[in-house]
Design a protein. Structure first.
Length: 401
């Protein structure tokens, strides 16, 4: 039996960069966004002080009409804003003709979940005691709270799941191919917290200022560590049949997605080595399985995050598969959003989709070899997840059946 064709019909995001597609495209053209001081961290011994923090840039309350939602923690509000943008972009609403909410689901990936409200609740618990701890905080500490609020706000009655540190896109694609839904809201979401920042800093994984500032510049010689970010990215993934039935705009076809576990990376970031095969196996498998030759791929939305071991391993895998990489376009979402962990795959896909919409890849201006491309019909999106998974997603401009 033929595999169901899946397409992406909507996208939305809410982050340090805001939520406008035109603004994000300008930043993709510039290829790098400077982080700012992370004011919540004061320990000078950490050595790293920059992040892509939303506070002071965008307030989700400014974009929420439902007063009940405004009582929620920012973790839920941010995902609700990004999800509404994606559904609107896809032309899906509860008021449209033939709307079937039971056939629309939502899958969210996060790594650390609603950290800020969790520690607010624990602070209540420890300082005032169980009798006076605020119950409204407790109910927002569970990892699936944001996904549930998105389903409630948009009256989605299909599958609703939150997964930790794995691909929400791959999970949603499998559910759609099984016929579980016609469309699924696919999201990645992460928020910063000082304890998370300090944990990465203590492992010497964050960028430090060695004369060029703390910057997220994947693949650059000057790159020396992660710059953490936060925010939410959302895609509307649906069957080709469903999309064409309602005459939806299609950004790209999700041809296939491959997930593997790297034999070294599954232990720790520091264990990417010369014999790590995860990136190679993921990219090579997604191409060979779908009979796509390397020369048919126009560009790659890279997983590189400015951490030397990660960048070098992915670069080596790309060179092994594509040989002459000078023609390959690169888009580096983590040079714009930072390392957003649970949100990183969806934000990388969104960056790739905008390149496909504009028909070109601006490249990375901070590299000696820019890696721009004048064609953007076929791409691979690479992602890595805390826990060891490495994913390669193959996207193509839609070819009519």
């Amino acid at each position: 039996m033929d595999k169901k064709r899946l397409v992406i019909t909507g996208l939305g995001f809410f982050s340090y960069q805001g939520f406008e597609k035109d603004t994000l495209w300008e930043e993709i053209e510039a290829s790098n966004v400077e982080p700012q001081n992370y004011e919540k961290v004061e320990d000078k011994e950490l050595g790293s002080f920059k992040a892509y923090e939303m506070a002071g840039h965008f307030d989700p309350n400014d974009y929420i009409e439902n007063r009940k939602l405004k009582r929620l923690a920012d973790f839920s509000k941010i995902l609700c804003v990004a999800s509404k943008n994606a559904l609107t972009d896809a032309g899906i609403s509860k008021d449209m003709e033939g709307y079937q909410p039971e056939k629309i689901g939502s899958i969210v990936n996060t790594v650390h979940g609603p950290m800020n409200v969790t520690f607010d609740y624990l602070d209540d618990l420890l300082t005032t005691g169980p009798a006076t701890a605020r119950p409204i905080l407790f109910q927002q500490t569970v990892n699936n709270v944001a996904c549930g609020q998105v389903a409630i706000e948009n009256q989605l009655k299909g599958v609703s799941s939150t997964i930790i540190g794995a691909s929400s896109l791959e999970y949603a694609a499998n559910l759609l191919r099984k016929g579980t839904a016609d469309a699924i809201l696919v999201a990645g979401h992460e928020e910063l917290h000082p304890y998370i920042f300090a944990a990465y800093a203590s492992k010497n994984m964050l960028a430090t200022d060695k004369g060029a500032g703390e910057r997220s510049i994947p693949y650059a010689k000057e790159a020396n560590g992660l710059v953490l970010g936060e925010g939410a990215g959302v895609l509307i993934l649906e069957t080709y049949e469903s999309a064409t039935r309602r005459n939806a705009h299609i950004y790209a076809e999700l041809v296939d997605e491959i997930a593997v576990t790297d034999e070294n990376y599954c232990k720790t970031y520091d264990e990417f080595k010369d014999n790590s095969t995860g990136f190679y196996r993921a990219m090579n498998t997604v191409l060979s399985k779908n009979q796509v030759a390397p020369e048919q791929v126009d560009f790659i939305s890279i997983a590189g995050n400015s951490y030397k071991a990660t960048d070098a391993t992915e670069q080596a895998a790309i060179e092994r598969i594509f040989k002459d990489t000078s023609r390959m376009g690169y888009v580096a979402s983590k040079a714009i959003f930072g390392e957003t962990l649970g949100a990183s795959e969806v934000l990388a896909v969104i960056s790739a989709l905008l390149c496909m919409e504009h028909g070109k890849v601006p490249g990375l201006s901070y590299l000696e070899e820019k890696h721009s491309a004048d064609k953007a019909d076929c791409c691979i999106v690479n992602s890595l997840f805390t826990g060891g998974n490495i994913n390669s997603v193959l996207l193509k401009k839609v070819q009519e059946a």
